[in-house]
Write a protein that binds this ligand. Structure first.
Ligand code: BDR
Ligand code: CA
Length: 314
């Protein structure tokens, strides 16, 4: 079987880190061309270091990790240490990774890779603010034909916002970039809070992962145990939403998810609702659909998939 070529663009973040682990655990399905990092949950110096740490923990040394944009296109950077801790990946001990940062800017890597690629051949998987992806598209629109699909974590409809009353974090941090990506003309699949809030890392689910007893599972359980605290308190839920791994799980087992083709427009101006994703779920605007909006998931199936894949590191 031909493996699906992907680039993961991320801002680790505990949940980004678990998304990376899940992708590493599916090397039979994915050809991971590179990991590009962006400022988001924590500043860029930490997101790129954290991505390299995950490679080290999983013993992945053949995937380049690039550093990209250190701030959003037009706004000041807003980070989320209150949720992720000062390191971005609180819950495990931080170390200086052996894997070195790849030379060059993440945006140049994305542009160069896509310009050389066959049409419809590369899937972009952004799990942070969309600054790197939008910068690449704006700088070199000729990359677009090579994009097979963009499967991103971001946005919210029924759930409202998590960092403002109406905006999800990745959209809020860089709404201008999000606007570019949703309207780029290539297939976009969005997994926003409506679906990720159904995927809760309950104590029981985390305990099952911890019991796998391998370094990647242990790191996952450590990070999720930390992640748990803030969100459980905030939402009064049994566990934290495992946002970013939903993207990789969707690519691995789309049948676990339910979606609908809709138009998504991003608010870029209003100080009150900046970053809001206006999802035309009932198709009342007549705007053409630009997004596959994922809104439901079999959460038990998701955790079975994650646990089974993480067991492979044993
Ligand atoms: C998104 O924001 C970050 O906190 C997470 O890593 C995820 O990508 C959820 O709103
Ligand atoms: Ca993220």
């Amino acid at each position: 079987m031909t493996r699906r070529k992907i680039i993961i663009d991320c801002d680790p973040g505990q949940d980004d880190a678990v998304a990376l682990f899940l992708a590493f655990a599916a090397a039979d399905v994915f050809e991971l061309l590179g990991i590009t990092t962006v400022a988001g949950n924590v500043p860029l110096e930490l997101t790129q270091r954290n991505a390299r740490m995950m490679c080290d923990i999983a013993k992945v040394d053949n995937v380049p990790v690039y550093a990209g944009c250190n701030r959003p296109l037009e706004l000041e950077l807003a980070t989320a240490e209150a949720i992720h801790g000062d390191t971005g990946i609180d819950g495990i001990d931080v170390f200086e990774p052996a894997l070195e940062l790849a030379d060059g800017h993440a945006v140049s890597f994305i542009v160069d890779t896509l310009l050389k690629a066959e049409p419809d051949s590369i899937t972009l998987v952004p799990t942070g603010p969309l600054t790197n992806i939008a910068t690449a598209i704006r700088r070199e629109p000729r990359i677009l034909p090579a994009v097979r699909e963009i499967v991103l974590m971001g946005g919210a409809m029924r759930e409202g916002g998590n960092h403002s009353p109406s905006a999800e974090f990745n959209m809020l941090v860089d709404p201008h970039a999000a606007d570019t990506v949703f309207n780029c003309g290539r297939p976009v699949t969005a997994l926003g809070l409506d679906v990720t809030h159904q995927v809760l890392s309950t104590r029981e689910r985390v305990a099952r992962i911890a019991a796998l007893d391998n370094p990647v599972a242990a790191a996952t359980a450590g990070m999720l145990s930390f992640f748990h605290r803030y969100d459980s308190k905030k939402y009064g839920s049994e566990g934290a939403p495992l946002h970013d791994p939903c993207t990789i799980a969707y690519l691995l087992e789309p049948n676990l998810f339910t979606d609908k083709l809709v138009n998504v427009s991003v608010e870029t101006e209003s100080p009150l609702t900046r970053g809001h994703t206006a999802v035309d779920f009932w198709r009342v605007t007549g705007r053409p659909h630009n997004t596959r909006w994922v809104y439901a998931v079999d959460a038990d199936g998701f955790f079975e998939l994650l646990t089974a894949r993480l067991a492979r590191f044993g």
